[in-house]
Ligand binder design. Structure first.
Ligand SMILES: Cc1cc2nc3c(=O)[nH]c(=O)nc-3n(C[C@H](O)[C@H](O)[C@H](O)COP(=O)(O)O)c2cc1C
Length: 239
């Protein structure tokens, strides 16, 4: 499976996260070099890792492969040959959605071996990105240390595929019509202002990041095999 793929961890197929991912894919597809596709995880029944360890067993038929034969088995295998991967999630309680976490467990864990130095089994490293959308403003996001919550997963993606570029949409407009909801905690007019003036810029950020991913994929990224020690040694804060 070649091309650049967006993994949508939002249950909503046409809201903030999906729009950011679509803009990213528009950028990624601009040069015409790469086909792009969005995969909406909520279309599938997904279980997280069940700790069966089939992927660690000394058996060439199962080694390094998730054995769970559910809806996403084929997707997981095919994504290994992708040219680039962007993950997108609404922030739930500071973190990514459970659905996306289940998917990422299944994607990453079989590739992180228990061989010497926890050798990474990835055949092909590829550029990655992570898009987060949230109610919090950028200032609140930093005040509540969200980037620190996201860092360990990003670093694991880093050793398996490459360190993801992070793109955020803050202060998102959550409802189509705030007057239908008890939502006095939010200032609707400020939310609408952000949606009309700032969200377009965030979509543009996503578009530019998509273009960068396609450029990186075309140039070819460092294919030096990694071990989990590269994760442990990785600095926690991206520039
Ligand atoms: C269950 C749940 C938990 C949430 N937790 C947070 C949170 O901890 N921090 C935050 O900034 N936004 C939180 N939000 C708001 C969403 O992250 C935000 O509205 C997001 O942009 C929605 O993305 P979507 O439009 O793609 O669904 C939460 C929303 C839900 C439904």
């Amino acid at each position: 499976m070649t091309g650049i793929f967006a993994i949508n961890g939002s249950p909503r197929r046409n809201k903030n996260t999906a729009k950011m991912l679509d803009s990213f894919l528009d950028g990624a597809g601009e040069s015409g070099k790469y086909a792009t596709e969005r995969i909406d995880l909520f279309d599938y029944n997904i279980r997280g890792c069940t700790s069966c360890f089939a992927c660690k067993r000394n058996d060439p038929d199962t080694y390094g492969v998730c054995a769970l034969r559910d809806d996403v088995y084929d997707i997981l295998q095919r994504l290994r040959g992708a040219d680039g991967l962007v993950f997108g999630s609404p922030v739930y309680f500071g973190n990514i959605t459970g659905q996306l976490l289940c998917f990422v467990e299944r994607l990453l864990y079989p590739l992180i071996s228990y061989e010497k130095d926890f050798k990474i089994l990835t055949k092909k490293r590829m550029p990655t990105a992570f898009i987060y959308t949230m109610n919090m403003t950028e200032e609140q996001c930093n005040m509540y240390h969200y980037p620190a919550i996201w860092a360990p997963l990003e670093e694991n993606i880093g050793v398996v595929f490459s360190r993801p570029e992070r793109v955020c949409a803050y202060n998102t407009y959550q409802f189509d019509n705030y007057s239908k909801y008890k939502s006095a905690a939010f200032n609707e007019s400020e939310k609408a202002r952000h949606r009309d003036l700032e969200f377009p810029k965030e979509l543009q950020d996503a578009y530019e990041a998509g273009k960068r991913m396609a450029d990186e994929a075309a140039t070819g990224i460092d294919q030096t095999p990694k071990t989990a020690y590269d994760f442990i040694a990785a600095p926690r804060n991206r520039p």
